[in-house]
Design a protein around this ligand. Structure first.
Ligand SMILES: Nc1ncnc2c1ncn2[C@@H]1O[C@H](COP(=O)(O)OP(=O)(O)O)[C@@H](O)[C@H]1O
Ligand SMILES: [Mg+2]
Length: 288
């Protein structure tokens, strides 16, 4: 692991945190003392049970959440402290997708992707005017290209609310790609999807990483997908990093250490039901 850290230090960094912490106004310490380096060529999965601090960590990166201690650099820029135009500059570098896809439901797929291009087309967009008419042809072609990249160009003129969950998530990925991000963050992107759609979405994220050569950080609580797609895993428990290593080092013991009493969440579709025997998915002895 020390060797990994040394190798990482010699590569250009995307993310560097030191003692990063977030305590919410209600006193919940969601993140405590997180120190991590993520290089520009990494595909990292962040694992941990619900409430571990995964979303808080990811949201600090584009300042959807303001950290309360420590430092966080994104491509060398101090994200915790920038404001105004420099903060907007940082946010532009980050493409982000969420468990709930956050599409504009009444717009079609292509229009949803064009939303990701709004910053490149600074003029005012009047209400009611179709986005397809506002954007020049080259922009529309670029949006199509993003849809092709995620394999759903044929759905370009369907309304977003007529798509399956997996298709909607791929539209969200295409919209984020249209921003031309330098880093891609995904917060439990497959948590609401069936296994086949989840597979397609993870393959899409991996392809983006490999073809566009940008770092990808994915929060997952599913160990199965983390093991199949991750190259490096960061395990968070109670706001602290308790595992950081190659995916091959993520042994059953390590998984137990990360998930603790919520071990069944690592293997199930949703939060652990500790009240009874209903842990969805594969049951481990610890869940029974
Ligand atoms: N806006 C908030 N205000 C107060 N507490 C929060 C807020 N968001 C998250 N938390 C708490 O912070 C902890 C970490 O949450 P979160 O980062 O969402 O974890 P995860 O994504 O791993 O499930 C949890 O205890 C959660 O209840
Ligand atoms: Mg979360």
């Amino acid at each position: 692991m020390v060797e990994n850290q040394k190798m990482r230090q010699s590569r250009p960094l995307a993310v560097r945190t030191r003692g990063l912490g977030k305590t919410y106004p209600n006193g919940v310490a969601a993140l405590a003392d997180v120190s991590l380096d993520i290089a520009r060529d990494e595909f990292v999965v962040v694992i941990g049970s619900s409430g571990a601090g995964k979303s808080t960590f990811l949201r600090c990166m584009n300042r959807l959440i303001q950290p309360t201690s420590g430092s966080l650099e994104l491509f060398g820029e101090d994200v915790a402290r920038v404001s105004g135009a420099r903060l907007r500059g940082v946010r532009r570098k980050v493409g982000m997708i969420f468990q709930q896809f956050h599409l504009v439901r009444r717009l079609n797929v292509l229009e949803n992707v064009l939303v990701g291009r709004l910053r490149f087309n600074a003029g005012p967009v009047s209400h009611g005017l179709s986005l397809l008419r506002v954007f020049p042809r080259a922009e529309r072609e670029f949006a199509f290209e993003c849809l092709r990249h995620v394999g759903i160009a044929d759905l370009a003129f369907q309304r977003a609310d007529q798509l399956s969950g997996g298709q909607q998530q791929r539209v969200a990925i295409a919209r984020a790609l249209a921003q031309e991000p330098e880093v891609f963050l995904a917060d439990e992107p497959i948590a609401s999807l069936d296994p086949h759609s989840a597979e397609l979405v993870m393959q899409t994220l991996l392809r983006i990483h490999e073809h566009r050569r940008i770092p990808v950080i994915v929060n997952l609580h599913h160990i199965d997908f983390a093991q199949r797609f991750g190259k490096r895993a960061v395990g968070i428990s109670k706001g602290r990093v308790v595992f950081d290593g190659g995916i091959a080092d993520l042994t059953e013991d390590a998984i137990r250490h990360v998930y603790g009493e919520k071990l069944c969440e690592a293997y199930s579709a949703g939060p652990c039901d500790t009240s009874g025997e209903t842990c969805v998915g594969e049951l481990l002895p610890a869940c029974a």
